[in-house]
Design a protein around this ligand. Structure first.
Ligand SMILES: C[S@@+](CC[C@H](N)C(=O)[O-])C[C@H]1O[C@@H](n2cnc3c(N)ncnc32)[C@H](O)[C@@H]1O
Length: 504
């Protein structure tokens, strides 16, 4: 946890002014494209911004800034680190920042406010972000080619919450500044898999040519210059995410007018579904961030091929695992694993730990087994050897686990909310029994539990009954499929279970 706490010390809810300063420093130095340092924006599970920032610091050595807009972090990277950015486990979507305005003065009248947004387009520093987009696209093409034959593509692009109009504009309206309810932390369907696989090493050496060959775009004043990418005009769309009460316009209007100006400026062609470039216009009160998307769909769509009714996002699973600070040789169990999102992510990222997944439902166990076996098969076809992962799954009752007392280091689980799985009524029996059982199997003093639930009242009541076994350490508030849920970090007390059991 120390990493997260350290990150908390250096991060604050600040604007991106520093990051933008850096982008203009680059221009002054007229750096060659491969030396570019750019600002990347990442959407992350709400509540886990610090965890994501901590991962960025650890893996890329970059400090992050956390936006006022919850669920987003920003960090600077040399463009050569782009493949590593796609390997981050806590980020859902990535974009390169074109420019950020921390205090954009919106005019009161709708026409004037929209005209200002329109006028903005030709003043923005597009050149470097478009270089990054091009590099990203070339990496992705190579990756997709490599993956063909290994993986069947479910090229289903769903944006059911988006309102699409006919002028290159997609809008996501948020009337208040809380996280979007459309930011579901649960996934129902498998999505397209034609994105970069995090496991694969990427070498930028081929791609440097790409950037350099387009270096002429950077010469001269550059930023406001039209970008000739190729003979055919690029297809694009603008997506506007807006939150805040003080805007005289709607997000679809902003996206439409901004999109019109992008079209005029670049001579690109608007296409809502089959676009090359997705321009993002994120407006949160007076903060405006213009970006270019680097992911076609969320990076949380990894690991799972056999979905269940409440499959957890892999990014959220990663955040929960990281929250309990796994140590080498730790035994980590998910006693209510569903489709196995948590232990599968655990086995991928903490291979020095042993991960045990269990559920009382036979279908859940079947799905988990299938998900594990799919990953192993994939690894086998990639590497040509028989891979193994430190993970097993078993059918059991989480209130009566076939495990020795004090034998487990960590429990990480996503408990039934009592909505799609189980019922609130059943939770009144289930929660105290399984908290007690978790207390039995976890090592006194060092044992930890990270538990996700939306049934907070029932959870806290159950916890009060086993207060001798568990201490509540931290709580993170998360948005799970539009539901306000909590992730509790519990620490096992030093009390031996046997002695306590007699007091129960
Ligand atoms: C919210 S779901 C977990 C979803 C999972 N994280 C995933 O990604 O698929 C809760 C799970 O708890 C399981 N469950 C409910 N009561 C249980 C019990 N007494 N013992 C074991 N599993 C139980 C359900 O079958 C369900 O799969």
């Amino acid at each position: 946890m120390s990493g997260v706490e350290d990150a908390a010390g250096v991060l604050s809810e600040v604007s991106l002014d520093d990051a933008c300063k850096l982008s203009s420093e680059n221009k002054e130095a007229n750096a060659s494209p491969k030396d570019l340092v750019v600002t990347i924006g990442a959407t992350v599970p709400t509540g886990f911004e610090l965890t994501a920032a901590d991962e960025v610091q650890e893996k890329l050595g970059s400090k992050s800034l956390i936006s006022k807009d919850r669920g987003k972090i920003y960090f600077k990277i040399p463009v050569t680190n782009l493949p590593q950015v796609h390997k981050l486990r806590s980020v859902d979507n990535l974009f390169v920042v074109v420019q950020e305005f921390s205090d954009f003065q919106f005019q009161e009248s709708k026409e004037e406010a929209l005209k200002d947004l329109e006028d903005l387009v030709k003043t923005l520093p597009w050149t470097d972000p478009l270089e990054v987009w091009k590099l990203n696209t070339s990496l992705k093409k190579r990756k997709t080619k490599w993956k063909k034959g290994n993986q069947k593509s479910n090229a289903k692009k769903e944006k059911p919450e988006d309102a699409i109009d006919e002028e290159g504009a997609v809008s996501n309206e948020l009337s208040d500044p809380v996280p979007s309810v459309s930011e579901s932390a649960e996934v129902q369907d498998p999505g397209s898999t034609d994105e970069m696989l995090p496991e694969e090493e990427e070498d930028l050496s081929d791609s440097k040519e790409d950037i350099t060959s387009n270096g002429e775009n950077k010469n001269g004043s550059g930023d406001c210059k039209k970008h000739e990418m190729k003979d055919e005009p690029l297809k694009f769309r603008v997506t506007c995410n807006r939150a805040g009460d003080n805007h005289s316009f709607k997000s679809n209007e902003a996206a439409r007018d901004f999109g019109g100006a992008v079209q005029d400026f670049f001579q690109w062609k608007a296409d809502m579904t089959n676009f090359d470039v997705e321009v993002l216009l994120n407006i949160h009160n007076n903060e405006v961030v213009v970006g270019i998307a680097l992911t076609e769909e969320s990076l949380h769509r990894r690991n799972i091929t056999h979905f269940g009714p409440t499959t957890l996002r892999s990014t959220l699973a990663y955040g929960m695992l990281r929250f309990c600070d796994p140590q080498p040789a730790d035994i980590i169990i998910d006693p209510m694993c569903g489709t196995g999102a948590i232990p599968i992510e655990g086995a991928a990222e903490w291979p020095n730990c042993y991960h045990l997944a269990g559920d009382n439902h036979s279908l859940a166990i079947k799905r988990t087994a299938n998900n594990i076996s799919y990953i192993l098969k994939q690894l086998q076809s990639e590497k040509g050897t028989s891979p193994s992962k430190p993970i097993d799954c078993i059918q059991w009752d989480s209130c009566n686990l076939p495990l020795r007392t004090g034998s487990v280091d960590v429990v990480v689980t996503d408990m039934p909310f009592g909505k799609r799985i189980g019922s609130k009524k059943k939770n009144w029996d289930l929660y105290p029994s399984c908290l007690m059982e978790m207390g039995r199997i976890c090592r006194p003093r060092s044992g930890r539990a990270v538990l996700l639930t939306q049934d907070r009242k029932c959870f806290l009541k159950a916890l009060s009954k086993v207060g001798h076994l568990w201490r509540k350490s931290h709580t993170i508030w998360v948005n799970v499929g539009g539901l306000h849920a909590a992730v509790y970090l519990l620490k096992r007390s030093a009390e031996a279970f046997e002695r306590i059991a007699s007091q129960w």
